[in-house]
Design a binder for this molecule. Structure first.
Ligand code: SER
Length: 320
């Protein structure tokens, strides 16, 4: 672990910011190189090396891997479910080309490990909706889900064909206060906290009883590093692991917020994202992750609400 040098591609996204900071704590700041096509996220500034990199620029990525002596690569670039539907072909290109390029680079440069996130979006309306198992019917209906499922199969293929150690998790909706979400169907569960503090009211783009699997970012980061540090022989699947923490509806998250902000009100105005949510599981069975490499979540809905409101309030006071 001490000799590892990590490259993060897409370090300024919702997962990237927190994962970069966490990996810098574990591996040392100089051993975690952050890159993104965007400007460096304010929270990353001064915490370690940063390069501007287009994830589809294979030549520049290859040069950087060689120059920095990279041994592990985290590819976090993706267009998510809601944004993806606006330009399906472009979404496929970004999500797939970046992955295939990284998998080839991994084989060529003999990288020791690669991480690439998958999502509950691989599941579709024909999947069992409650406690969705690791192995089940998978017929995604969004281009994001199609790209994630195809990507899982490619990861498994490169593992079997070339021995590449590529690992993946099917994240549920991720809720965070440090970095902003972008373009997902589960983003309402972040927006709602911001609006509760700012305006004490929120209009939700999903209907009140839409249950979805969700997770606090602290758990997602711990799970990601846990999977990456697990001994390779413990991993019984080379598709992505189901990962779960909680499941709630807009009505339930609103009730959790009302325990802290009694005047908070919510109303509902479902848009095109309702159909996406309706095609996804309500809850996930992650027994395989728990058994194979010891995954365990820490946050439930009320614990997450207390933490989110505390940190967002502090952040708003700093800005004011
Ligand atoms: N949070 C993602 C989305 O809503 C699911 O992986 O698109």
């Amino acid at each position: 672990m001490k000799n590892d040098k990590i490259l993060i591609v897409g370090a300024c996204g919702q997962i990237g910011v927190e994962l970069t900071l966490a990996l810098r704590n574990v591996y040392g700041s100089d051993n975690v190189i952050a890159t993104d096509i965007r400007n460096e996220h304010p929270l990353l500034k001064g915490t370690g090396p940063y390069y501007s990199l287009n994830a589809l620029d294979a030549v520049s990525m290859h040069e950087l891997v060689k120059k920095e002596g990279i041994t592990q690569l985290y590819l976090l670039v993706a267009l998510l479910s809601a944004t993806g539907e606006k330009d399906p072909k472009h979404t496929w290109d970004i999500n797939m080309e970046s992955l295939l390029q990284v998998l080839d680079l991994g084989v060529q440069e003999k990288l020791s490990k690669i991480y690439w996130p998958s999502s509950i979006a691989v599941f579709g309306p024909t999947t069992p909706t409650t406690d969705t198992p690791q192995k089940t019917i998978i017929e995604p209906r969004t281009v994001y889900g199609v790209s994630k499922y195809a990507g899982e199969l490619w990861c498994q293929y490169y593992n079997q064909r070339w021995g590449l150690d590529v690992r993946s998790l099917r994240y549920p909706g991720l809720i965070s206060w440090k970095s902003e979400p972008g373009g997902g169907t589960t983003d309402y569960a972040v927006e709602i906290y911001h609006e509760a503090l700012k305006h004490q009211k929120y209009t939700c783009f999903l209907s009140e009883n839409t249950y979805l699997p969700m997770m606090y970012m602290d758990d997602a980061i711990r799970g990601t590093i846990g999977l990456m540090e697990a001994p390779a022989d413990k991993l019984k699947t080379r598709m992505a692991y189901n990962l779960a923490a909680m499941s709630f509806s807009p009505k339930e998250i609103a009730a959790s917020i009302q325990k802290h902000i009694p005047d908070f009100t919510i109303d509902y105005n479902p848009d095109f994202r309702q159909a996406i949510a309706d095609g996804w599981p309500k809850s996930i069975d992650d027994a395989a992750a728990r058994a194979d490499w010891g995954w365990k979540n820490d946050f439930d809905l009320d614990k997450m609400t207390a933490d989110m409101l505390l940190h967002l309030k502090e952040k708003m006071m700093q800005v004011a």
